[in-house]
Design a protein around this ligand. Structure first.
Ligand code: GLC
Length: 585
């Protein structure tokens, strides 16, 4: 595993790095040992790869702190290591309750009309919905903190109209700032010297969505404050949620490399290409993006000292999101009743790139996955491992971001995602449209989303408790049953909170699956958002039929699990809760 924040949309087994750099491992053998390698640049974890049975950790820049954590509780050693680590790294950000509602997103919603259509079709079909995400097309030519003219003539009005329907708009913010005269964010950043610099002290320029762009130097305190304050432009329009993207930082190309590669390609195109030549030719264009040499050619200013980007690469997403969180908090606190409102209903914020510690400011989503069954399974495992590092507000793009989803995959994915804090259906513009109302089995999908709303009161309580007490909301079985060898090896079942176990189906055409119960539990079968059966289940393996749309969960004796009512938005749910509390008073 190479810990090196990377923008990569093919999460295949051969890959070593993804968006986050989370250098925390728990080694479980005769005893448990936690290791946290705190280093701002690349770290490599060679786990028995070069030599079987030997683990080697190497750190690119040489600057690191190593924390070793031994268990304080022999009953549950892995969990106790995680608890200590979590105490060390601080309390997790708590997302607002509405962020547990269902969200619909697509890179490809072009204008206000598209957004209204998404809202209308959910409401008309009684598919609960709390958020519609705005991808890059809401901006004016992909310029951060602007709103695109004709396509989005009145975002404030639209946000207000949507709020009337119980729906929040959540825009994306990218790391790169378009280089364009007359664009105030660019001009200010340039004039104040807030962009990353090249070797000669000039603003470093690279290509990303808007074309040639500059990178805010969020490691610099003043630049970070400036960047964080820019979120005000959208907060003023009634926006209360953001997703920070392309902050590994992702770079399509650098100006310098583009020129060199274009020259080489032009020259090669006049030659006959043999084996090596052909592969080199093919590789040249792809080598332009997120290029290692480019990461060595620009600089940050951190507390008055200059750092080459690659030495601090893994911190960029962290500092961008910290800047956003602090800017947003500053704005909120200035509002009437601000502190109270901020505590009760903080804005939603999540990021793509991350480093240990970012969990104090925001959640993260699991990046550009694909409509593959293996990626559903990956998300099950990833959700638990992210929890170890305090990233409790997380979720994957339901249905898959890239490639074409299938109806059964979407149903199975929703069946797992009813439990994940972020429950968002998101896809890329070249893929099949995957809003649930587009499918023949929309009713099954709708019922799964309804189930989600019945789960929210229990889920949110479990989540907030885990945030406050530094617990894992999703745990692998081995953490709870460390002496049970089968539980320790079970990776595709998770414990949610203290008393519930889930066993998602992650295989196409399967009509059920083998489930392992480490102890006797009660099995609940939910269909059509209703519990249709409840039966005791013995410890051990059993095959459980799970037709599409059925969610089976396993409840431990004494668990606080409960189901609430169906609502079409969290606002509706909270109104009902408020009324119930009033009646009780
Ligand atoms: C990145 C994001 C993805 C988004 C796209 C366009 O790939 O990860 O979620 O849709 O950019 O903004």
């Amino acid at each position: 595993y190479i810990s090196d924040c990377t923008d990569d949309s093919r999460h295949t087994e051969g890959k070593h790095s993804l968006y986050g750099a989370h250098n925390f491992v728990v080694i479980s053998g005769k005893t448990e040992l936690g290791l946290f390698v705190d280093t701002p640049s690349r770290a490599t974890f060679d786990v028995g790869y070069t030599e079987h049975g030997v683990m080697t950790i190497s750190v690119a820049s040489g600057a690191f702190k190593l924390y070793t954590i031994t268990p304080s509780d022999e009953e549950k050693p892995a969990e106790s290591v995680v608890k200590q680590f979590r105490r060390l790294i601080g309390m997790s950000y708590i997302a607002p309750k509405w962020a547990f509602g269902y969200g619909q997103s697509r890179w490809g919603y072009r204008d206000e009309k598209d957004i209204r259509e998404v809202a209308r079709r959910h409401r008309e079909n009684h598919i609960p919905l709390d958020a519609i995400y705005l991808d890059i097309d809401y901006m004016d030519h992909y310029k951060d903190f602007t709103v695109g003219g004709e396509a989005f003539p009145d975002l404030k009005g639209l946000a207000c109209e949507m709020r009337g329907l119980g729906i929040h708009l959540v825009p994306i913010i990218d790391a790169g700032i378009k280089k364009e005269e007359g664009y105030p964010v660019y001009e200010e950043g340039r004039d104040k010297g807030f962009f990353c610099k090249d070797e000669d002290g000039e603003d470093y320029e690279f290509g990303v969505w808007p074309g040639i762009s500059c990178l805010p130097d969020v490691l610099d305190e003043k630049a970070a404050e400036w960047f964080g304050d820019k979120y005000r432009a959208l907060l003023d329009l009634g926006i209360d949620g953001f997703w920070n993207d392309m902050n590994e930082p992702a770079m399509f190309y650098s100006k310098k490399n583009l020129k060199r590669v274009a020259g080489e390609l032009a020259e090669m195109s006049t030659q006959e290409l043999g084996l090596e030549g052909f592969f080199k030719f093919r590789e040249l264009a792809t080598s332009l993006s997120n290029n290692e040499e480019d990461y060595k050619s620009f600089y940050h200013n951190y507390r008055g000292k200059r750092y080459r980007h690659d030495e601090v690469h893994n911190l960029y997403g962290f500092y961008m999101t910290k800047a956003a969180a602090e800017g947003i908090a500053g704005y909120m606190l200035e509002q009437p009743g601000g502190a109270e409102r901020y505590r009760k209903d903080p804005p939603l914020l999540f990021s793509r790139a991350s480093y240990i510690g970012l969990h104090r400011y925001a959640g993260i989503w699991q990046g550009d996955n694909r409509s593959w069954w293996s990626q559903l399974k990956l998300s099950v495992c990833m959700t638990a491992s992210l929890n170890m590092c305090g990233f409790l507000y997380t979720g994957a793009d339901i249905g898959g971001f890239g490639d074409d989803t299938t109806e059964d995959l979407l149903i199975r994915w929703l069946s797992f995602a009813v439990f994940t804090p972020l429950m968002r259906n998101h896809s890329e513009k070249w893929s099949r449209e995957q809003e649930v109302y587009r499918f023949g089995s929309a009713e099954i999908m709708r019922d799964l989303i309804r189930l989600r709303y019945r789960l929210i009161p229990w889920l949110y309580e479990t989540y907030v408790k885990a945030c406050r007490e530094g617990l894992m909301m999703f745990k692998p079985l081995g953490f709870e049953y460390p002496r049970d060898e089968v539980a320790r090896r079970t990776e595709d079942q998770l414990l949610v909170g203290d008393g519930v176990m889930i066993a998602p189906v992650c295989e196409q055409n399967a009509t059920g699956r083998v489930v392992y119960l480490p102890e006797p539990m009660k099995m609940l079968r939910i269909r059509g958002a209703e519990v249709v059966s409840e039966e005791p289940a013995d410890a051990g393996h059993r095959y459980v039929e799970m037709p599409l749309g059925d969610v089976c969960l396993f409840v431990k004796e004494g668990s606080d699990f409960r189901l609430g009512e169906v609502y079409e938005s969290v606002a509706e749910l909270e109104r009902a809760e408020g009324m119930a509390a009033g009646t009780k008073d």
